[in-house]
Write a protein that binds this ligand. Structure first.
Ligand code: PHE
Length: 460
């Protein structure tokens, strides 16, 4: 029986070395393909402007309180998300059934990483394409051809997927605190620096005005129940909330660190990177008459055209895809951590065994996504290809439902004493605001968006 009488526990796997280390790790989880690959293409598919606005509202009104809830639950439980939810459920309401929220998250992380790794594999492949000069003075058609060849050949895409999974397992097997910290500390500023440089290029060479209008001029008539759900799903995905990744990291957070300040810093950094990426990409898209709604290939087809035209483009492109791979890598680690920590604590695997087994399962599921861009691209059902279905199921259903349960637990099931103890023992204004968001704003918003997407409010 765990020591239920003493809520202040020690983590089973050590601690982050400082508050900064934790901020870096959570930012590393949050900033990834979601910001640079997924945000621009989903915004493009959903018409820009109004979608971006709804996304921003979801990030701050729903994502931020849920992130705080995950960190506080994680730190209080100090175990993997499944054990933490079981333990706190027992403590706060006498039932360990809350463990299902953790299990749901572990499964969600496994599915997300299965396709995440495939996309990250494209980024790895692009490091080599860039370095070989494949994009120098390339036309739009040539760039599209290069992209099509890479994703369409299951052996090529599969090899990059395998390599990416391998490097992810490698880090997780060594323990997340080591390595991750230094990597994020150096590479995140480098990524932001490079994006700022590219922003300069887009401002001068791209159709900047058109890009800005597309992104920030809301055309509300284009907003549908489906696109509102897409915006909310993107908010969950980009902040890494709803599946226990942040909870797992919170388990290693030192007592004295402020949950509120940490969360706000991460949310701002994450949103900034997403907007920056979109501001770089859309002016290039419009300047080259490309289709903003072209789907998951958007970044991989638009940026190389620009790289091909700029002086020093080979080097800039290579560095860009190296940094993108790193950003994806630090997110992949956090996607695996709940499943790995769970295997270690429940099945008593060593970290190396747990990471290897989980990695193999994820790799196998990922092969389906590899095939869905090649030989199985015509296999379509429900939302589209296999990849489309994995993506929709996790981001638009599993993360919001998981996040809803987490925030309901933190807001309604946990005693006020317990949550205040983690966020602010004085229970001041910030705590009150969080509690209101966690009890009322976030749950109602998530439920309304889900019901709305089911068409329950449409009159026709
Ligand atoms: N937030 C990551 C990204 O934007 C993806 C992620 C989702 C990571 C869920 C962990 C958990 O790329």
């Amino acid at each position: 029986m765990p020591d239920i009488d003493s809520p202040r526990r020690r983590s089973l796997h050590g601690h982050w070395s400082s508050r900064l280390a934790f901020v870096l790790a959570v930012s590393g989880s949050a900033v990834g393909l979601g910001n640079i690959w997924r945000f621009p293409y989903v915004a493009g598919e959903n018409g820009g402007g109004a979608f971006v606005l709804v996304y921003l509202v979801c990030v701050f009104a729903i994502g931020l309180p849920i992130m705080m809830a995950e960190i506080l639950i994680g730190r209080r439980g100090r175990r993997n998300p499944v054990a933490t939810m079981a333990l706190l459920g027992e403590e706060e309401s006498g039932t360990p059934a809350w463990r299902w929220v953790g299990i749901f998250g572990v499964v969600g992380g496994v599915i997300i990483l299965s396709y995440y790794s495939v996309i990250a594999g494209w980024a790895v492949g692009y490091i080599f394409e860039s370095a070989s000069g494949a994009f120098t003075n390339a036309t739009v058609a040539e760039v599209e051809g290069t992209f099509g060849d890479l994703i369409g050949d299951p052996l090529v895409a599969g090899a990059w997927h395998t390599l990416f999974m391998f490097i992810s397992v490698f880090v997780v097997a060594r323990g997340v605190e080591r390595g991750l910290e230094q990597a994020v500390r150096v590479l995140m500023p480098a990524l932001i620096g490079l994006l700022l440089m590219l922003l300069g290029y887009s401002m001068m060479q791209g159709a900047f005005q058109e890009g800005v209008e597309f992104l920030f001029e809301p055309r509300f008539d284009e907003l549908t129940g489906g696109s509102i759900l897409e915006a909310m799903g993107q908010a969950f995905f980009t902040l890494s909330v709803g599946m226990g990744a942040i909870m797992a990291y919170g388990a290693y957070l030192p007592e004295e660190a402020s949950i509120t300040r940490t969360s706000i810093a991460v949310v701002l950094a994450d949103t900034g990177v997403a907007l920056l990426a979109a501001l770089v990409i859309f002016p290039i898209v419009f300047a080259n008459d490309m289709d903003p709604a072209s789907g998951p290939g958007l970044v991989f087809q638009s940026l190389p055209v620009a790289f091909g035209q700029m002086p020093g483009g080979v080097i800039v492109a290579t560095i860009f895809f190296v940094l993108l791979t790193f950003a994806a890598w630090t997110s992949a680690i956090s996607l695996m951590e709940p499943a790995v920590a769970w295997c270690m604590e429940t099945l008593e695997y060593t970290r190396v065994q747990a990471a290897s087994v989980v990695g193999c399962i994820i790799w196998l599921i990922g092969v389906l996504t590899v095939l869905s861009f090649g030989p199985l691209s015509e296999v379509r059902f429900l939302r589209g290809t296999l990849f489309d279905n994995f993506d929709y199921l996790t981001n638009n259903i599993m993360l919001p439902v998981g996040g809803l349960l987490i925030v309901l637990f933190a807001g309604w099931i946990m005693a006020e004493n317990s949550s205040a103890d983690e966020i602010d023992p004085e229970a001041g204004l910030v705590y009150r605001l969080w509690r209101f968001a966690a009890r009322v704003v976030a749950p109602i918003a998530v439920i309304l968006v889900l019901l709305n997407a089911l068409g329950l409010f449409s009159s026709g």
